[in-house]
Every structure is written in C-alpha cells, then in structure tokens.
Design a protein around this ligand. Structure first.
Ligand SMILES: [Zn+2]
Length: 119
C-alpha cells in the first residue's frame, strides 16, 4: 500500500522533529493532500492510526487539509480551481492550463507536546 510507506516516512520525519526539539512527542501533525497526489485521504488516516500505535505515537492527532486543485491559464494568466477534473480556465475557457496546486502530499506543521521542565 502506497499510503503506508508515505505515512511511515511522515512519522519518521515527525519523530526527528520531536527529537531535534527535545520534546517527548507530537500532539498534532498537519498535512496537506491534493487531489492529484494519488493519495487517498481515508487510507492515510487508517495507515496513520495503525503506524502511530505501532510506534507508540498514538497520542498524536493527524489533521488533513485537503487542498484544491488549482491551475494557471497560459493564455490569460488567471488562476482557477478545477472542479470535476475539467482542466480549463474558468475565465477565458482556454484549455492551455498548468497545474500549480493540488499534487502535494506534504507535512505542514507539527505541534509538540510541552516537555516537562527539567530542573
Ligand atoms: Zn484564461
């Protein structure tokens, strides 16, 4: 499963952020998933639940932001959101468009749990 390996590398990324910041764990992890990423949101959720409990990181909440698919028109320069996978400029109807957002699967932020102050 594609999502499982993505989430695995996501969690190791999170782990190193936690370690680098001398924290104990991450409270929340925020990722962005675009419609062209080829990643299923529900599969990411279940992979995250499975892996985070295996890695004793089950206290971490996963928040997924689904980003819209946005194209830029090569004719008029306008940016428009693609709906229903119709790749066309919504301003001039040109079909010469370039995807500028929507193919990402990326880590946006990590909220660390406050580590207890060591005297
Ligand atoms: Zn246009």
């Amino acid at each position: 499963m594609h999502e499982l390996s993505l989430v695995k590398s996501l969690l190791s990324q999170v782990r190193s952020i936690v370690v680098d910041n001398k924290s104990e764990s991450a409270e929340e992890v925020v990722v962005e998933i675009g419609p062209l990423s080829g990643v299923e949101v529900e599969l990411v959720r279940s992979a995250f639940n499975q892996l985070s409990s295996e890695l004793n990181q089950s206290g971490t909440t996963l928040t997924i932001h689904e980003v819209p698919l946005v194209v830029r028109c090569l004719d008029c320069g306008c940016e428009s959101e693609v709906r229903g996978f119709v790749f066309r400029c919504q301003h001039c109807s040109s079909g010469r468009v370039q995807v500028i957002r929507g193919d990402e699967f990326r880590l946006v932020s990590v909220t660390l749990t406050e580590s207890p102050v060591n005297a």
